[in-house]
Design a binder for this molecule. Sequence first.
Ligand SMILES: NC(=O)c1ccc[n+]([C@@H]2O[C@H](COP(=O)([O-])OP(=O)(O)OC[C@H]3O[C@@H](n4cnc5c(N)ncnc54)[C@H](O)[C@@H]3O)[C@@H](O)[C@H]2O)c1
Ligand SMILES: O=C(O)[C@H](O)CO
Length: 324
Amino acid sequence: MKKRIVLYKRLSDDLMARLQNHVEVTWVDTTQPDGLARLRDALPGAHGLLGASLRLDASLLDLAPQLEVVSSVSVGVDNYDVAELSRRGVMLTNTPDVLTETTADTGFALMLATARRVVELANWVRDGHWQANLGPGHFGSDVHGKTLGIVGMGRIGEALARRAAAGFGMRVLYHSQRAKPEVEARHAARQCSLDELLQQADFVCLTVPLSVSTEGLIGARELALMKDEAILVNISRGRVVDEQALVEALRARRIRGAGLDVFVQEPLSVDSPLLQLDNVVATPHIGSATEETRQAMARCAVDNLLSALAGERPANLVNEVCRT
Ligand SMILES: NC(=O)c1ccc[n+]([C@@H]2O[C@H](COP(=O)([O-])OP(=O)(O)OC[C@H]3O[C@@H](n4cnc5c(N)ncnc54)[C@H](O)[C@@H]3O)[C@@H](O)[C@H]2O)c1
Ligand SMILES: O=C(O)[C@H](O)CO
């Protein structure tokens, strides 16, 4: 008999057909008002879950005693209680690598858009203000030739370093849990303390996972260390930054600007003070959101799920579980 899975992320027809060849699929649209209730109804028979952006707490897991695997369509796993899943013998898988380059592109898009005031000035043109030549009041700052500080030199961090060094002639500093001599050799990057990075970088880009060690990593003290012309780019998770402290630093122009793809509360409220500031470029968590990459992530998640349900070790297993 086929195993049963609950799918809570829409898949392309070919991936859906692939899944249905191997497992019985219950589709639940968690964006609908009755989504959570339907998910609860479907959990008791589920051997696998596939989706993203759902906080799977113990009360939901209690409803799924047969659960063997949760296949997340994301690289970040901060939404999950990994220890609790392990304790229950449930495998957790993610989708690293396939989104690395696209997310690094997003980081650069935010650096460029913020430094060159792309969104602000495009809106200015659209609003009919372009009546004469621009003056210094509308000038931005260069990206090429500047210093990029990368906080979290992992897969996405290195993809940013490559773009910065090879494409933009930038000096690369990084702060990470471990030294990366091979990355230093490839991109002439230098490891330093977080404080030194904040003091020297023209662009500070956050690419750490959200964890107890990174929550609130950038607060008022850290923002005060940054150059007054520096730009903060966050493509990791909103809670890595103290958002209130950031609003204050941006309002007071203690830093030049911020390019933000992630927020403490998502979707970001239209009333957020961040959206009152013209030195902020805010995007709706689109780090990996291209057609090609989202399809590659979904394919990777399907592979992980099917391999786990076939009794194999999935390629992107996050936790070690003992199954009895
Ligand atoms: N905006 C988006 O849509 C988007 C897309 C993809 C990934 N992300 C985020 O980016 C994160 C990184 O992805 P990745 O694939 O590069 O992961 P990764 O594991 O390859 O890299 C993370 C790096 O951060 C380092 N790190 C961890 N804790 C640290 C700390 N306290 N101080 C300094 N360094 C620390 C790790 O050692 C590692 O080198 C994900 O966990 C996710 O939260 C966001
Ligand atoms: O972690 C990830 O993969 C991205 O943030 C998309 O959710």
